[in-house]
Design a protein around this ligand. Structure first.
Ligand code: SF4
Length: 111
């Protein structure tokens, strides 16, 4: 165990383990963005989206009777993305992402 080749191999392993542990948080923060890159966005013309008045820009919904000031997908209870995401998953549109700045009539304040 104390021969030089074993000590060098152990040092190399420890260096890789330390670098790997240091990189884990960075990789964890990038993974959701990379994983979501291929997720299609909800088309406002999609029948369900249109029925809910989904728009990519909440500012355009201000004339809708259901619109609440400052409401948007990012602060909706159904939005499952995190704060830095431009698009993220919504419980109402499985398999597709909605715009964080979007809005629809099902908006519900985050609990
Ligand atoms: S339910 Fe909420 S997150 Fe989903 S599209 Fe409507 S406002 Fe956006």
């Amino acid at each position: 165990m104390s021969d030089p080749a074993n000590r060098q191999a152990r040092r190399r392993f420890l260096k890789i383990a330390v670098v790997g542990a240091a990189m884990a948080p960075v990789a964890a923060s990038l993974l959701p963005r990379i994983a979501r890159a291929d997720t299609p966005h909800v088309d406002p013309k999609d029948p369900t989206a249109a029925a809910l008045g989904y728009t990519e820009d909440a500012a355009t919904a201000k004339g809708d009777p259901s619109y609440k000031p400052n409401s948007n997908c990012a602060n909706c209870n159904f939005f499952k993305g995190h704060s830095e995401m431009a698009y993220g998953p919504c419980d109402l549109f499985p398999g597709k992402d909605v715009n964080a700045k979007g809005w629809c009539r099902s908006w519900t304040a985050k609990a």
